[in-house]
Design a protein around this ligand. Structure first.
Ligand SMILES: Cc1cc2nc3c(=O)[nH]c(=O)nc-3n(C[C@H](O)[C@H](O)[C@H](O)COP(=O)(O)OP(=O)(O)OC[C@H]3O[C@@H](n4cnc5c(N)ncnc54)[C@H](O)[C@@H]3O)c2cc1C
Length: 408
């Protein structure tokens, strides 16, 4: 009976003792994990979970981690797509996609932003037209992280231009590997290549791959964005041996390759104090003051996140915008302090540079955190309207048929 954190930990430990073998293939282990419900303990029982409330689910996840066994698959499929499918898709679609996402059999990307529709996502122009048992998708997405390797995309497309913009959007599961989909990687200013442009030329989507209702895509989009604002990070990998861990580490290394800069995007506050100790001579009182400000920001953001998690029992809400905004502030302050400590040498990359070029990479990666998953300004709008209850931002295109709205 899993009614206390201790009981949950004991049950997880007993289950691991009966099933874990470090030499088993990773895929087999993740199947067992998914079918036991310990893969995602907060999710419903029929979808790889145990329907545990937030605190007990956290105890189960912690018990898996402390037993040093690999968890479920990682990435956008787990953070964003599977939760959205659980909340909005029909059972047939859930059956088809949730378990293979948890086991890592399939991978995902998010196909939302377009060249003229980022903050104004509801102004998107990629269209899907019904053709018998399929939809044909035509248009372009951009900034699609991981699209070059993903097997499926969570797509938003316009299915009706004769109704106001929020009402004519539908969410789909789009198979990426097909002739109608072309992916072109983009090169970023930090030298990495995580984003892609994705072009659709009558790409085919089965009619059964609609998530929720036709025309109900905006509800799905809002749910996805709320999950995305929780900004998941890859947890550290333990020192472990055996076939399952070797495969998990290989998988993580390959998946994380285009995202190697993500820790730098967060400003690396963890490196600030070691850097301050490493400089010759005393650090100036001005720099010390800025370091104290950074620590203050990091601590208050952590407490705020804990308070929000406790209050919402794991369900995402507009408070996620506070956390996202706090991450941007922390990243910018950390970049500022790194610059104060390193001086001009912080701009150098390549052999012999400070921390192997990490400080330089922080400086060109930090702007990304204020943009991804909704810009800082958009988070402020959400906080103003949905937490503080201030009047909504005027939008003259909101109530007219999309066809009459000037694109972009
Ligand atoms: C690291 C990273 C990963 C990403 N991954 C993905 C992905 O996988 N899939 C995907 O679909 N997209 C992805 N994106 C795209 C991201 O969601 C968009 O870049 C973001 O929503 C902003 O849209 P935009 O770039 O079109 O900027 P715009 O919307 O053109 O904004 C330009 C500027 O105007 C401001 N602005 C716009 N509207 C308002 C307003 N109403 N009030 C106040 N200010 C406003 C913005 O804050 C910004 O400063 C990613 C972006 C980054 C940086």
């Amino acid at each position: 009976m899993t009614d206390s954190a201790d009981a949950v930990r004991a049950e997880v430990a007993e289950w691991i003792a009966g099933h874990w073998d470090p030499e088993m293939p990773l895929a087999r282990w993740r199947e067992l994990l998914a079918d036991s419900g310990w893969a995602c303990p907060a999710w419903p029982r029929q979808w790889c979970g145990r329907a545990l409330p937030g605190e007990l689910a956290a105890a189960a996840t912690e018990a898996l981690r402390s037993a040093v066994v690999p968890g479920p698959a990682e990435g956008v499929g787990m953070i964003l797509v599977a939760p959205v499918l659980i909340e909005h898709a029909r059972d047939e679609l859930k059956r088809q996609f949730i378990r293979p996402t948890v086991t890592g059999e399939i991978s995902w990307c998010q196909l939302f932003s377009e060249p003229a529709a980022g903050s104004d996502l509801a102004g998107l122009q990629t269209r899907a037209e019904r053709d018998g048992d399929e939809w044909l998708v035509t248009g372009q997405k951009v900034w699609s992280t991981g699209a070059a390797t993903a097997g499926f995309g969570l797509l938003l497309a316009r299915t009706d231009a004769d109704v106001p913009k929020h009402s004519g959007i539908t969410a789909f599961v789009l198979p990426m590997r097909q002739p109608g989909v072309q992916v072109r990687p983009l090169r970023q200013m930090n030298g990495h290549s995580s984003f892609n442009e994705v072009f659709f030329d009558a790409a085919r989507v089965p009619a059964s791959y609609v998530i929720g209702e036709v025309g109900g895509g905006w509800t799905v989009a809002r749910a996805a964005l709320a999950h995305e604002r929780r900004l998941a990070v890859f947890p550290p990998l333990p020192e472990a041996s055996g076939r399952a861990w070797r495969e998990a580490i290989d998988q993580r290394t390959a998946a994380a390759e285009p995202h190697k800069w993500y820790p730098q995007r967060a400003g690396r506050p963890d490196l600030v104090i070691p850097q301050a100790h490493a400089v010759e001579g005393p650090v100036s009182p001005v720099v010390r003051q800025e370091i104290a400000r950074l620590i203050e920001l990091v601590c208050s953001a952590r407490w705020m996140a804990e308070r929000t998690a406790a209050a919402r029992a794991g369900r995402p809400g507009p408070e996620g915008s506070l956390g996202k905004l706090a991450s941007s502030k922390i990243a910018r302050q950390a970049a500022r302090v790194h610059t104060m400590i390193a001086g001009a040498s912080g701009m150098l990359a390549g052999p012999g540079s400070l921390l192997g070029g990490v400080v330089a990479e922080i400086l060109v990666s930090v702007p990304g955190i204020s943009i991804a998953g909704g810009t800082d300004e958009i988070q402020r709008n959400i906080i103003a309207e949905r937490i503080l209850g201030l009047p909504r931002e005027p939008d003259i295109s909101k109530d007219v048929p999309f066809r009459q709205v000037r694109a972009g």
